[in-house]
Design a protein around this ligand. Sequence first.
Ligand code: PLP
Length: 448
Amino acid sequence: MNDDNSRELYDRALSVMPGGVNSAVRAAIEPYPFFVRKGDGGHVVDADGNRYVDWVMGLGPLLLGHDLPDPVQAGIQQRASEGPMYGAPTEIEVDLAEFVVRHVPSVEKIRFVNSGTEATTSAVRLARGYTGRNKIVVNQGGYHGAQESTLVEGDHENPAPSSAGVPQAFAEHTLPVPFNDEEAVREVFEEHGDDIAAVMTEPILGNYGIVHPEEGYHEFLREITDEHGSLLIFDEVITGFRVGGLGCAQSEFGVTPDLTTFGKIVGGGFPVGAIGGRAEIVEQFTPSGDVFQAGTFSGHPVTMAAGLETLKFAAENDVYDHVNELGDRLRRGLTEIVADQAPQYTVTGTDSMFKVIFTRDGPGANALEEQCEAGCRQDPTCPRYDYCPKNAGDVKNADTDRWRRIFWGQMKEQGVFLSQNQFECQFVSYAHTEEDVERTLEAYKEAL
Ligand code: PLP
């Protein structure tokens, strides 16, 4: 594969940008990232003209793929042609807010910001301001963006910054517990109950393999937070408008959090974040309340148009049927391949998310002979359920070296673009086709 142009661009980038990129994970491609010239349906084309089936989809925002349907294109172009932004409210913000409030169970009011990180940062501040408490409980292996309060590792007894530059004083207010571990959550509440402002969790861990909640886990979180006067925050930056369709993952699990953070799809491919939830809590944001929150670009009209037209298109077309069906096919096909060629590995995912985790201390979810009837949704009735990863501890020993060799040495060479990090999930879009699925399965077969 010729990659002269990418290499040249990378050399230029290295001399003016740290690591040659603007977001750390992009530099993970070895020996250097390919630079994208353009997107096309379910594909990207790099600076040297190489074409890849794209399962990264911008890291999740592109529910409709790279070719935006006419109404979405028209909405974006019309907004952009009337001056990009004004520093004053516009009707389109109200339209998108009304749409989200209508569809997402927990959201009575919403504030739009510019990234998932900004959403989770503001949500933590809001929870602290509303409750008058400082501590937040998070999950080991969860990701809530590049913010001080959640760049924390270790456990609730020894939380420590996971990045240079994060003061220990921040880490001390963050209590990491394993996902799906009710006992650990109980312990934390026994010890710190009166100081806990919120439990913040991804409804499905999407940044550490794809790990599903066990039956009753979210209900348990709802009960224990209610009991202690703490808030429950679902970080739906990945799952929002993807898992469970327009109602998001919370509608699928039937658990209503106090606050929900959004990003990715709700901006239709443009920079976005949002914090939604119970009116009396969200009203604590300035100017109606005392929790300061502001942003020059927040509610950007072009973003609002892209988000609204994307979600309207999804509501009026077979978008979720299509992406979920291809997701099922990928998971089933991968399950067969893995069972045959690398039974210690684990196929996970749901709806339009999928991942092969290179678990090594098997048996992985695929070690048994039965075919997964649940399409790897980690359904407790599945005969292989006991082998599914339940938290980050089940995933963290994954064979990252082999994954890198397979990914960079094989999948990319075969024209398949997968997430650059072993633990991040991959996404199906409306633009993907059965042919893309078949080609990808063939590539996995060859690579493994
Ligand atoms: N929360 C979750 C669950 C995410 O997956 C991400 C990013 O992938 C974020 C927050 C941060 O979003 P952003 O990268 O838009 O700041």
